[in-house]
Design a protein around this ligand. Sequence first.
Ligand SMILES: [Zn+2]
Length: 250
Amino acid sequence: MTDLPNPLSHAYLLTGGSGESRAALIQRMTAAYLCQGERPPCGRCAPCRKAAAGVHPDVWRTAPAPDKREITVDQIRALRADAYVRPNEGRRKVYIIDPADAMNPAAQNALLKVLEEGPAYAAFLLSAAQPGLLLDTVRSRCEPLCLPPEEAPPDPELLERGAALAALLLEGDELACAQALVELELQKPKGEQLSALLGEAENQASRRLAQDPRRGARVLRALKACRENAVYRPSAGHTLGWLLAELFQS
Ligand SMILES: [Zn+2]
């Protein structure tokens, strides 16, 4: 889980990751601003629980209206007016603008002043998939928080090829293995793809280990070493050639 900045600044712009991962971090940061426990966000105190349930009276969310694509200047004016009213329960008020890149330019301009000179208790959390749509002046008033890219789900075709490769290696037909590896090499898989494919081959091989323990264990060892090298070796050809030599050398 992403570590929260400590101490928290008064305004953040969250980018990168996915909409869900940014929303999850915003949820934790909101709780951290409002928490009355020892190590915010404790997740157990009343403010943390209210924030998690979306019922904390000092949290203000701004998003486009259901039938609209933009956040309007009127919405930001309403936020601004609220920001000058002291918190209801806690020491802070948290203003979440998600997606912030849905603010039209007039809305962004309306936000500037409160973002820069708002009351000390007001905290702002902006989430944007496309931060380039925000004015420089808005961006520069927020601490940037860029989430790492999400791992893509495994490609089903890659997994199938991994399973087929494991079957051939376990059968021990050198020619068929060589053909399969040459075909694979011609597709020029990148280091991570090759590594994922070999990982799946490893899974499959380990499932069949019971059927032929000696050969199975050897194939598994070779696949594992090959996978670990996949990201460093200069080409798929090098990596796969090495796998073939390892398994069929006399
Ligand atoms: Zn708490």
